[in-house]
Write a protein that binds this ligand. Structure first.
Ligand SMILES: [Zn+2]
Length: 242
């Protein structure tokens, strides 16, 4: 009865086939995955939201070893973190280019600047100039919602996203670049409308007047347009530094 119903419904069969192709964290690894996620969250709690944006993997491990409240990363967690970093995400349907080659890559403090009242950093030079210039051109309502992200921060966002997708890495990679593949670690940043919270990271942002003004600026561009080649969802809020 169940099988007959499935065959009679082409949509259901299509969903099943799509789901079969997706890569999902196996049940044997689920506990390690959850442990890794929780440990990264504890690192964030100890070092603080702002610092967590730019902390290196080695530094995170140092804090984990020295703060009992975090506890050292287990070998299994480190193996999983390395796999998530070094694996070729093409098999998840993500086709963006690799930005960082090493999981231990660091961000030099002298290269970034903390942007007041945001909890975020920007790279000095063109990214920071672009941000302050677009704020002037668009007006006071536009704010930085995410700036520089080191490997640890991107890893943490990535495992949170995978967790939210019930372990489905393919699904997660559609809405977040894997660690090592995010332009947030070299130049790009996200903007939003003040007070809009989570809505800033939805297509709704594209309907704001701030977005319309943003699109008219010729010194920046949009990184993830509709149906982009990288295989990333449409992200009107993500500013491509050119
Ligand atoms: Zn972004």
């Amino acid at each position: 009865m169940f099988i007959t119903a499935a065959i009679a419904s082409p949509i259901w069969v299509k969903d099943l086939l799509a789901a079969e192709k997706d890569i999902i964290i196996g049940s044997d690894e689920w506990q390690t995955f959850v442990d890794l996620r929780n440990r990264l969250r504890r690192v964030k709690k100890v070092v603080g939201y702002g610092n967590f944006n730019i902390i290196s993997f080695d530094r995170a491990r140092y804090y984990a070893r020295h703060y009992a409240v975090i506890g050292a990363f287990s070998h299994k967690e480190l193996d999983l973190a390395e796999r998530l970093f070094y694996e070729d995400p093409k098999k998840y349907g993500f086709f963006g280019e690799r930005i960082c080659d090493s999981i231990t890559e660091t961000i030099a403090l002298k290269d970034v600047k903390k942007i007041p009242y945001t909890g975020h950093y920007l790279f000095k030079g063109k990214p920071m100039e672009d941000y302050f210039r677009l704020k002037k051109d668009i007006g006071g309502e536009i704010i930085l919602t995410s700036g520089v992200r080191g490997i640890v921060k991107q890893m943490s966002l990535y495992v949170d996203k995978i967790y939210g997708c019930k372990g489905n890495i393919s699904q997660a990679s559609f809405s977040l670049a894997p660690p090592g593949f995010s332009y947030h670690s070299c130049s790009d940043f996200d903007v939003g409308k003040r007070g809009w919270g989570h809505k800033n990271f939805t297509a709704k942002f594209a309907r704001t007047k701030e977005f319309r003004k943003l699109r008219k600026l010729d010194y920046i561009d949009m990184r993830y347009t509709i149906n982009n080649e990288e295989g990333v969802r449409y992200e009107p809020w993500h500013v491509k530094v050119i």
